[in-house]
Design a protein around this ligand. Structure first.
Ligand SMILES: Cc1cc2nc3c(=O)[nH]c(=O)nc-3n(C[C@H](O)[C@H](O)[C@H](O)COP(=O)(O)O)c2cc1C
Length: 146
């Protein structure tokens, strides 16, 4: 099952989670910052990650989502990091764009806190977040494979 992990990360937090997801699964393409070197083709499951900046995903991620269609990518699981540690408007925006394109969006998203500026969430993502991301990756992968 062709699985890919793509993300947009300005500060490295979302990249950290993307790498954990990619390392946890077999048969997965290495995680890559958007835009990827090659456009996605025949992807059964795409994990798509974003940080949240003033309530939004980065515009490069939105541009990329607009290039996707359901012939190239069958299922997308959206994950991210933000200041709050629960899925917020950035993840919701990405999910609704994908829905509009008729691409199947996995219900469950993953989100944890990510550090920003100097002091905010300075220990995040932490080891609990990393473990939760591994579990999420396996759960989603197995649910699509089944
Ligand atoms: C300029 C800026 C704006 C941010 N705006 C929000 C926001 O609106 N809501 C939120 O929950 N977190 C916000 N954050 C926190 C980031 O979402 C958090 O640090 C996230 O981990 C960033 O992901 P990244 O390191 O992958 O870029 C902001 C951070 C920065 C630097």
């Amino acid at each position: 099952m062709k699985t890919w992990v793509l993300y947009h990360s300005k500060g490295g937090n979302t990249k950290k989670i993307a790498d954990v997801i990619a390392n946890e699964l077999e048969d997965v393409l290495k995680s890559e910052q958007i835009p990827p070197a090659y456009p996605p083709e025949n992807v059964a499951l795409l994990f798509l990650g974003t940080g949240e900046y003033a309530g939004k995903p980065d515009s490069k991620l939105l541009e990329f989502v607009r290039t996707l269609n359901k012939d190239r990518v069958k299922n997308v699981a959206v994950f991210g990091t933000n200041g709050k540690g629960v899925a917020g408007s950035a993840i919701a925006t990405v999910k609704s764009l994908l829905n509009e394109k008729g691409i199947n969006v996995v219900d469950e998203s993953f989100c944890c806190k990510g550090k920003f500026f100097i002091f905010a969430n300075r220990k995040s993502p932490d080891s609990n977040d990393i473990n939760a991301a591994k579990e999420y990756a396996k759960r989603v992968y197995n649910s699509i494979k089944a």
